[in-house]
Design a protein. Structure first.
Length: 286
């Protein structure tokens, strides 16, 4: 994993912790009676909103003949930008203690620019000054099972096990002049990576007041098989204001990091990738 995990954890949960502290200092913070609407008892929850994806990517794509590629710091060499993307989260409480959770989001960005340093990509050399078409995109979906080992009217703590599926595409294609009058050729190529990694973690939903909740999640996984290494870490923190029994408003932060080194399907090389950003969403409960 990358460095600064504690700093990233603090950033991921800053919004919820700050808002929770303010809320607990306000009057009227007692939990409502047992017969009131409680988000912890809702059979279905559905979050629909906007996730401002900020992606940080370091990637190396090796050639088939064993030629080691250049590690490319995508933001510095190619550039990128934060994008507001659709995101959906869902929770089904099959019973008080058994739950199923789903999530989906995506991101894609492309550009054309001249590179300022030589890049070896997919076994081909793209020289300094070449005009490069670059694309980076991903889709992330997750399905997980939860077991609530703590279940109270104001607190739910669950262990989670699930599958975090990432489908990623990265492309670098440079237009390179050959000789003085022999025209141009294209060098580089496109790589695809489908990385289904299991994850294990803990999630908690804490009722601060009658209509205000904090939802926290941490999950991780590491796998090493032969020459393949894969690691994943995900931290999330959300504050949910359920102003109506069926509709609420949520705000929070999500941070996700994956490291892959080795060969997987069409991908040969190394990947250190983080996506993170704030999220605002409508929370529906039934």
């Amino acid at each position: 994993m990358g460095t600064g995990i504690l700093g990233r954890l603090a950033r991921a949960w800053l919004v919820t912790a700050f808002a929770a502290g303010i809320t607990l200092g306000l009057p009227g913070g007692a939990i409502a009676g047992e017969n009131d609407e409680n988000l912890l008892d809702s059979r279905f929850q559905f979050g629909l909103g906007t996730f401002i994806n900020g992606s940080k990517l370091k990637i190396r794509l090796d050639g088939e003949a064993g030629l080691i590629g250049t590690p490319v710091d995508w933001s510095r060499t190619i550039g990128d930008k934060d994008l507001s993307r659709f995101r959906v989260d869902g929770l089904w409480r099959i019973s008080d203690r058994h739950h199923v959770r789903l999530m989906y989001t995506d991101y894609n960005w492309s550009t054309v620019r001249s590179i300022e340093e030589e890049i070896i990509w997919d076994g081909e050399v793209i020289p300094v000054g070449a005009s490069v078409r670059a694309f980076f995109g991903f889709e992330v979906a997750e399905a997980s099972y939860e077991y609530a080992f703590v279940k109270r009217p104001d607190l739910e703590v669950a262990g989670t096990i699930g599958l975090h599926f990432t489908s990623m595409e990265a492309s670098l294609v440079g237009r390179v002049q050959v000789g003085d009058d022999q025209g141009f050729v294209e060098r580089g190529g496109t790589t695809d990576l489908d990385a289904p990694l299991p994850v294990f973690g803990v999630r908690s939903l804490w009722r601060l007041r009658d209509n205000l909740y904090v939802d926290l999640l941490g999950q991780a996984f590491s796998l090493s098989v032969d020459e393949y290494d894969g690691r994943i870490l995900n931290l999330r923190g959300f504050l949910i204001w359920q102003w109506h029994p069926r509709v609420g408003l949520g705000i929070g932060y999500d941070w996700f990091d994956v490291d892959i080194d080795g060969e997987e399907d069409d991908f040969r090389g190394a990947l250190d990738w983080t996506y993170e950003g704030p999220q605002i969403f409508l929370n529906f409960a039934f």
